[in-house]
Write a protein that binds this ligand. Structure first.
Ligand SMILES: Nc1ncnc2c1ncn2[C@@H]1O[C@H](COP(=O)(O)OP(=O)(O)OP(=O)(O)O)[C@@H](O)[C@H]1O
Ligand SMILES: [Mg+2]
Length: 249
């Protein structure tokens, strides 16, 4: 153990500021969102390869999960019956751990972070899908995603709300009709607690994503009902249009 260890331990016990670069520095935190079966995971490897081909370091991860503790919490959330507040607390606990251990350090060293689901999924699934109080979710979001302790109770004077919290720079929203998603998933895997929900649940989740997409420019809607190559072409076009990959083929 080094001499620095006790100080480090003490820091870990407080709500230490996230080790993030200033928002001005070029970082890229990219999230993939959409209902179960929309095609997120099918494109994540190619996305990673695309950024690596541009010379960027990439960290590919997922939520809930991304660290051993957060994966344990994921397992509980996907397999155990619980009320919506318990579920939301576990998801945000997993997110806190994931941000501190993986996402923030990766962004601080300049890596592109590609994350399969993030907080938009909590608003869509627990908020719109389960009907849980979004004001509570917003409070949890603030506690967990505040860039510093000073931001926990709201942005500081002159600070924009968006820059007070860690948020994705771009969210690729795979929009697919719930019936089409269910048809894609049929017979491919044993459904978890969410995948086993009826189509009406996914209609509400879809509406939740649509509502969030309407609120922020960081959402890019991908028509996920198209064949894979067309979906991929939309992803590439989105990244180019936002200046996130080189324009040359
Ligand atoms: N454009 C497409 N056309 C047809 N089938 C597709 C397309 N994209 C993905 N699929 C198939 O649909 C199924 C679901 O895709 P995938 O696992 O990528 O969805 P997902 O959004 O990651 O779902 P989940 O949220 O449950 O992890 C897979 O069997 C995949 O092969
Ligand atoms: Mg997936």
């Amino acid at each position: 153990m080094t001499a620095a260890a006790p100080a480090q331990q003490a820091q870990e016990q407080t709500m230490a500021p996230l080790p993030l670069p200033s928002p001005a520095r070029s970082t890229l935190f990219l999230t993939l969102e959409g209902i179960d079966g929309a095609g997120k995971s099918s494109h994540i490897e190619a996305l990673e390869a695309l950024f690596r081909a541009q010379g960027r370091a990439v960290v590919r991860t997922r939520e809930p999960g991304g660290t051993p503790l957060a994966e344990t919490l994921r397992h509980l959330v996907l397999e155990q019956t619980m009320d919506a507040l318990t579920e939301s607390l576990l998801i945000f606990a997993a997110r806190r751990e994931h941000i501190q251990q993986v996402i923030a350090p990766a962004l601080a060293r300049g890596a592109v972070v590609i994350c399969d689901r993030f907080t938009d999924a909590t608003f869509a699934y627990q908020g719109a899908g389960r009907g849980f109080d979004t004001a509570v979710l917003r409070q949890l979001e603030r506690w967990v995603q505040a860039r510093s302790e000073a931001d926990v109770n709201g942005p500081r004077a002159g600070e924009a709300e968006e820059s007070a919290l860690l948020q994705p720079d771009l969210t690729l929203w795979f929009d697919l009709a719930p019936e089409a998603a269910a048809a894609r998933l049929a017979g491919t895997r044993v459904p978890d607690r969410f995948e086993a929900q009826p189509v009406e649940f996914f209609r509400r989740v879809s509406a939740g994503y649509a509502a969030r997409a309407a609120q922020t420019r960081r959402f890019a809607r991908i028509d996920a009902g198209q064949p894979r190559d067309v979906v991929w072409a939309q992803i590439e076009a989105t990244l180019r249009a936002r200046g996130l990959i080189d324009c040359a083929e």
